[in-house]
Design a protein around this ligand. Structure first.
Ligand SMILES: [Zn+2]
Ligand SMILES: [Zn+2]
Length: 168
């Protein structure tokens, strides 16, 4: 999917809008995958100075929790916008992945914005406690060895008691 930005700046008189879904499952993302199709709504509106672009993106980042390794799917929905004047096409500071002929590849644009938006470290919960260093199970599941306080007088498995002593 491409958008000819240069031609639209020269001759676009009416707004242009397109909506499509994009498969980015094979693309290389830092620390997560984007398995599910990405929803994209792209809009270009001519203005007195040039053109206003907006791109609304819905996507899911998939991977493992960085602390407990549980599978995580994190939904994202966000919108980006840009105002482009004809003089910007040749500018080094243009934030769009524009090709030399003035064509904007929309999949490149969406990929770039996803990388900027999605946090590279996924967590199953903000307060995920991670794995117990003793038994290797998620702390959230609870385990005798990493229970912070065992009420005095609680009968402990003698093997666990030995383990606790080692930890103290
Ligand atoms: Zn976790
Ligand atoms: Zn444990």
């Amino acid at each position: 999917m491409q958008f000819d930005l240069k031609t639209f700046l020269e001759r676009g008189r009416t707004p242009y809008e397109t909506e499509f879904s994009l498969a980015l499952s094979g693309w290389d993302f830092p620390g997560y995958r984007v398995d599910a199709p990405v929803g994209v709504r792209f809009r270009a509106v001519p203005t007195a100075e040039g053109v206003d672009l907006t791109c609304a993106i819905t996507a899911e980042a998939a991977g493992e929790c960085a602390r407990c390794l549980a599978p995580v799917v994190q939904p994202y929905a966000f919108t980006r916008s840009w105002s482009v004047r004809p003089a910007d096409l040749a500018s080094e500071e243009l934030e769009l992945p524009l090709e030399e002929n003035g064509v904007l590849p929309l999949s490149e644009l969406v990929y770039q914005e996803l990388v900027l938006e999605i946090k590279p470290v996924l967590l199953c919960r903000e307060d995920c406690e991670g794995l117990c260093p003793v038994c290797g199970r998620p702390k959230a599941d609870g385990c005798g060895c990493c229970a912070p306080d065992v009420a005095p007088g609680t009968a402990l498995d003698p093997r666990l008691a030995g383990l606790r002593k080692l930890l103290e």
